[in-house]
Design a binder for this molecule. Structure first.
Ligand SMILES: Cc1cc2nc3c(=O)[nH]c(=O)nc-3n(C[C@H](O)[C@H](O)[C@H](O)COP(=O)(O)O)c2cc1C
Ligand code: SF4
Length: 517
């Protein structure tokens, strides 16, 4: 029977995927054709969503972006056997945006039915967990350490070392907490994998549990992700029913189970200690460290807190071995990184590649410049706490250390593109305002400093003592950077100072007087 694949990822749904599915169903019924419709995740080529695929004798053929109004003509053009139509894209894997990627973590995303364990197994799923259940926990930890995997949530801390601390910590109960708060601007990798391949996250969490002695996991998902919540819950039920989760994981002596918890929409609740407070039902306020969550985390017990992508990258490491994963990348940034290209960009989407591509390659060649067609002015990398990079720094390779050397950060690997109409003083002000709004209030440099930062930038904008006020902003940034308890206050200086350093013209009083006139 013919199979038609239509995504049900949030991005595709926002662009009308459900309407397309309904139109396809109606057309099949009207023409008396029998076909199976499989709802998938997204392949991550968002400018082509909804991207519809059909299984033909020579592989899958894609069409997009498909609107409900295109469906009748697709049938007329015999798209069910892969024939040409104005929306033809050819074989999806040959579309340059996909062909240039190295998909390790996202290998199945957009291809399979997300809640079909059979689909998951058919494309290599559960091989990593099957290996893990027969390994000594410390050997699993050693494999993850050897792979060079570093946390994809922002700080880039080596995952294996974190797991070793939890493994070694005494505790009759331990936890694995998956951070799916994904608050960074322009990021959607966590959402995409939870909606498109939830079993890979379940598998990664189960492996983390076995490696560290944790028997219970929680996935903390932001409330703005209802489709991810639904898909994860459905997949957890399937996994439990199939014995992947439960008192005997895959028939072994290891117990591991998990639940989804939904956050209430505070950026700071993505910070791991704030997240733990929120999970415990308390206000989302940052905890002082030490103690590390690895030693005293959820309910005071040893806890692994890892980002979705960190955990979802573990199954392939166990499956193919540490050396295979480590072979990709550069320097101390090993493996692949799912780069999320967003903002004012022509080809926005998810691009998984080995570390090492330059920022210029990503923006100009992969993203193909701005959607507006105007020149690229700046790119913010790493979310709202990341630096603005000008074109002059486009030769920076995507690598934790290389970005740090240029006073930037990779963070969760979101990049947001701005064209030459962006005003960097406004962006700097926005960074301070964001910090003021989202501050948990625990420490003074962040709580008070961010508000003073907004006021001082406003004075610069109004042309009041610009030089003295710029010096004041720089001084304030220094205090926030070194005096804040967590990275919200500590990293807000990155976007602010990078805007001032790389785009000084936007802070010159003349520019604003002219703009106001
Ligand atoms: C203000 C703030 C927000 C954060 N938001 C997130 C988030 O949304 N998702 C995430 O995985 N990590 C976030 N982090 C980083 C976490 O504190 C923590 O480092 C991470 O979850 C650890 O997982 P990893 O080692 O796998 O990266 C945030 C940190 C700060 C300071
Ligand atoms: S830096 Fe801001 S968010 Fe972080 S602990 Fe201090 S007040 Fe809270």
């Amino acid at each position: 029977m013919t199979t038609i694949y239509i995504p049900r990822d949030s991005g595709a749904l926002a662009l009308g995927a459900d309407k397309v599915a309904k139109a396809v169903e109606a057309e099949l019924a009207a023409r008396g054709i029998e076909a199976k419709i499989v709802r998938t995740g997204s392949r991550g080529l968002y400018w082509l969503e909804p991207m519809v695929e059909v299984k033909t004798a020579t592989g899958r053929v894609a069409y997009g972006p498909v609107r409900a109004s295109d469906v009748a003509s697709l049938f007329d053009a015999d798209f069910l056997v892969g024939d040409k139509h104005e929306k033809s894209l050819g074989k999806p894997e040959e579309i340059p945006f996909l062909a240039r990627q190295t998909r390790l973590t996202f290998a199945r995303c957009g291809i399979i039915d997300p809640v079909s364990l059979d689909d998951y197994r058919a494309l290599g799923g559960l091989v990593g967990l099957e290996k893990a259940v027969s390994m000594a926990p410390l050997d699993i930890v050693a494999t993850v350490t050897e792979s060079g995997l570093r946390g994809r949530g922002g700080a880039g801390f080596p995952t294996g070392i974190k797991w070793k601390t939890v493994h070694d910590a005494p505790g009759e109960r331990k936890y694995v907490v998956c951070n799916a708060d994904e608050g960074d601007s322009g990021t959607f990798a966590d959402r995409m994998i939870m909606e498109g391949d939830p079993f890979v996250l379940i598998e990664g969490m189960a492996i983390a549990g076995i490696a560290t002695g944790a028997t219970k996991g929680y996935i903390y998902i932001r409330s703005e992700y209802p489709h991810a919540v639904a898909t994860m819950n459905a997949a957890i039920d399937v996994a439990r029913g199939a014995g992947v989760l439960g008192p005997r994981v895959l028939g072994s002596a290891h117990a591991f189970d998990m639940e989804v918890r939904v956050g209430a929409g505070a950026y700071v609740c993505g910070e791991e200690t704030s997240l733990l407070n929120s999970l415990e039902g308390k206000r989302g306020v940052v905890r002082a460290k030490p103690p590390l969550p690895a030693l005293q985390g959820l309910f005071g017990k040893p806890t692994v807190v890892n980002n979705v992508i960190s955990l979802a990258s573990v199954p392939i490491i166990l499956d193919k071995g540490a050396a295979h994963y480590k072979d990709f990348g550069m320097g101390r940034s090993r493996g692949t990184i799912p780069i999320q290209i967003a903002g004012n960009v022509k080809h926005g989407g998810l691009f998984e590649a080995a570390f090492g591509m330059t920022l210029g390659e990503i923006v100009d060649e992969i993203g193909e410049g701005t959607a507006s067609g105007r020149p690229v002015k700046a790119v913010q990398v790493g979310g709202p706490l990341g630096a603005y990079f000008p074109r002059a720094l486009f030769d920076t390779p995507f690598d934790y250390e290389a970005f740090a050397a240029k006073d930037g950060l990779i963070g969760h690997a979101g990049i947001v593109v701005f064209d030459d109409s962006a005003d960097m003083l406004s962006q700097a002000r926005f960074a301070m305002e964001f910090c003021a709004v989202e501050s948990c209030g625990k420490c003074t440099p962040c709580r008070i400093g961010s508000t003073r930062g907004v006021e001082t930038l406003d004075r610069i904008g109004a042309g009041i003592e610009p030089e003295a006020n710029l010096a004041l902003v720089s001084d304030l940034c220094n205090t926030m950077k070194f005096g804040s308890l967590c990275a919200l206050g500590g990293f807000t200086p990155y976007p602010v100072m990078s805007a001032i350093t790389h785009f000084p013209d936007d802070f010159a009083p003349r520019a604003h007087k002219e703009a106001a006139e």
